[in-house]
Ligand binder design. Structure first.
Ligand code: GLU
Length: 286
């Protein structure tokens, strides 16, 4: 099979060393497989994405020595594709509208122990099912759309036949979907978000990986537990199975994972200060 991978940053801030590690790992795996490296701009959250961050992504990646075919895929150009997929899931009776706020979910989960935190899954709190009885017929603009996990599992039958290969350094090998884990450890995930008004990450990522012909997704180990969601959506939407390579996370001197939100030092800052791409590679152990 022809090897195709991608780097899929969101232009919500400057790239840091963690992104450099992810992009370079993907790029080098593509080279080692004489395959292809693609770029995708995950700009679905229009309230947080900015064109200047996107321009900086291109400049940083070029400076690191990466090349990719043009045009670059943008999530914002694919709303019809996501809407079609949601329609398909609607026809199958697998989605429902949800008006719950974070506070509603917290209240529903923590009663009767006031203030207790709801259990967490790879998509955040495991949804208590408050809106599960609702149907798309009473969908109101501005509501989120959730997957009815129990119905999805019933539709697919024995989900252990859906597997994927993990090629990264952790949990390497074949994994299979597990119905119990999906019900109790994942729950009714959000597929479209009210505040964004478009597909949520889990839905867009599987459709975009399929559209770009990705054979292996290279990304940080923080997304390891989300892979079961992606494999499930591939099964529901008849998309091909792909491999996943979750790499280690780059941490700061206190052992904290680098994040855009905390002020992890931007690649562009290193660039301004006269560091070379080789210096950066050495810093992240490449
Ligand atoms: N846009 C996602 C991120 O920046 C990419 C996730 C993925 O590679 O699947 O974390």
């Amino acid at each position: 099979m022809h090897y195709v991978t991608r780097f899929a940053p969101s232009p919500t801030g400057p790239l840091h060393l963690g992104h450099a590690y992810s992009a370079l790992t993907a790029y080098e795996r593509a080279k080692a497989h004489t395959g292809m490296f693609l770029l995708r701009i995950e700009d679905g959250d229009t309230s947080r994405c900015r064109p200047e961050w996107e321009a900086l992504i291109y400049a940083d990646l070029r400076w690191l020595g990466l090349h990719w075919p043009e045009p670059v895929l943008h999530v914002t150009a694919r709303e019809d594709i996501y809407a079609n997929a949601l329609n398909r899931l609607h026809e199958l009776g697998l989605i429902y509208p949800c008006s719950c706020t974070r506070r509603d979910i917290q209240t529903a989960m923590s009663a009767p122990q006031e203030g207790a935190e709801p259990p967490m899954g790879p998509d955040g709190w495991i949804y208590p099912g408050t809106c599960r009885h609702r149907t798309m017929r009473d969908f109101r603009l501005g509501e989120a759309i959730r997957l009815n996990m129990a119905n999805a599992l019933e539709y697919l039958g024995d989900v252990s036949r859906f597997s994927w290969n993990e090629t990264g350094p952790f949990e390497t090998g074949t994994h299979r979907l597990d119905a119990d884990q999906l019900i109790h450890g994942v729950g009714d995930i959000v597929l479209a978000r009210k505040e964004i008004g478009t597909a949520a990450y889990h839905l867009s990522v599987v459709l975009d990986d399929a559209a770009q012909g990705i054979s292996e997704a290279v990304r940080g180990a923080d997304l390891m537990q989300a892979t079961q969601i992606h494999r499930l959506l591939q099964a529901l939407l008849d998309l091909p199975e792909i491999a996943y390579h979750h790499h280690r996370l780059i941490r700061d001197e206190h052992g904290k994972r680098l994040a855009k939100r905390s002020d992890a030092k931007a690649i562009s800052k290193f660039r301004e200060e006269g560091y070379s791409p080789e210096d950066l590679r050495a810093m992240i152990g490449l």
